[in-house]
Design a protein around this ligand. Structure first.
Ligand code: PEP
Ligand code: MN
Length: 260
């Protein structure tokens, strides 16, 4: 992957990251990867190590996911995005992760950010639940200062007083960052809303806000998902999402990057 090229195209192109919240089995990842590849996608995502609020909740397959991810990558040719939750995982993840995600819970983990400054792969930096835009940009600057220029900011909703949605999607922050910084900015409408019915409308709003890409969770059977089922798109939802995003992109002469 020519990351320099990818980052330099940022206002002409659009990226779509999709996949399950957690990788649960080879069959599950295979089904999701095949469907999203067929409909159109830029990167496959999948949680290997999960940071869950409840300690008894599913924590991810961990090392048991490594070989199955390699298999699905070889089969589909898709590049893969996964979260690093601890710097000790870096060496293992490096062999199959193409873009490294830093989760909301780790945005303030400056020693992790410093380590990622030394990595030659793009970092998708989620906004902390309660991070101001300045704190978030400073976290990104930690990675850049370490020598890694490839940082993407990902707005995933912030805490507020209303509980109808899981978080509050701050699209003004997206437009602000596009107008005032040179960062690529993605939006995650899945964690921002926590609700499948709001993912497509917020994904479309993200395109209009000027985002460079979106990340969505998809599951073959959301009701059986081991994490974040209520916000997972079904395969039919995903098909609809791609067609709606493509229509919107046409209006601004931007192209969906397929399968990097
Ligand atoms: C995720 O993308 O699966 C995730 C845990 O996101 P966040 O860190 O934004 O909660
Ligand atoms: Mn999730």
């Amino acid at each position: 992957m020519e990351w320099k090229n990818f980052f330099s195209q940022q206002n002409k192109t659009f990226s779509l990251i999709a996949g399950p919240c957690s990788i649960e089995s080879e069959e599950q990842l295979d089904k999701v990867a095949s469907h999203i590849k067929q409909e159109g996608v830029t990167f496959l995502r999948g949680g290997v190590y999960k940071l869950r609020t409840n300690p008894s909740a599913f924590q991810g397959l961990g090392a048991d996911a490594y070989e199955l991810v390699k298999k699905i990558k070889a089969k589909t040719g898709l590049s893969f995005v996964a979260e690093v939750t601890d710097p000790r995982q870096m060496e293992d993840l490096d062999s199959f992760v193409d873009m490294i995600q830093v989760g909301s819970r780790n945005m303030y983990n400056y020693s992790l950010l410093k380590d990622l400054g030394k990595v030659a792969k793009p970092v998708l930096l989620k906004r902390g639940f309660s991070a101001t835009i300045d704190e978030w940009v400073n976290a990104a600057e930690y990675i850049r200062a370490g020598g890694n220029p490839y940082v993407i900011l990902c707005e995933r909703g912030i805490r507020s007083f209303d509980n109808k949605t899981r978080n509050v999607l701050d699209l003004a922050a997206v437009s602000y960052l596009k107008q005032n910084t040179d960062f690529m900015v993605f939006v995650d409408p899945s964690h921002a809303t926590g609700r499948r019915d709001l993912v497509i409308p917020m994904a479309k709003a993200a395109v209009v806000s000027g985002a460079d890409g979106i990340m969505v969770e998809v599951h073959p059977e959301p009701a059986k998902a081991l994490s974040d089922g209520p916000q997972a798109l079904t395969f039919d939802d995903y098909t609809l999402l791609v067609s709606e995003i493509k229509s919107l992109l046409k209006l601004s002469q931007r192209e969906l990057i397929q399968c990097l």
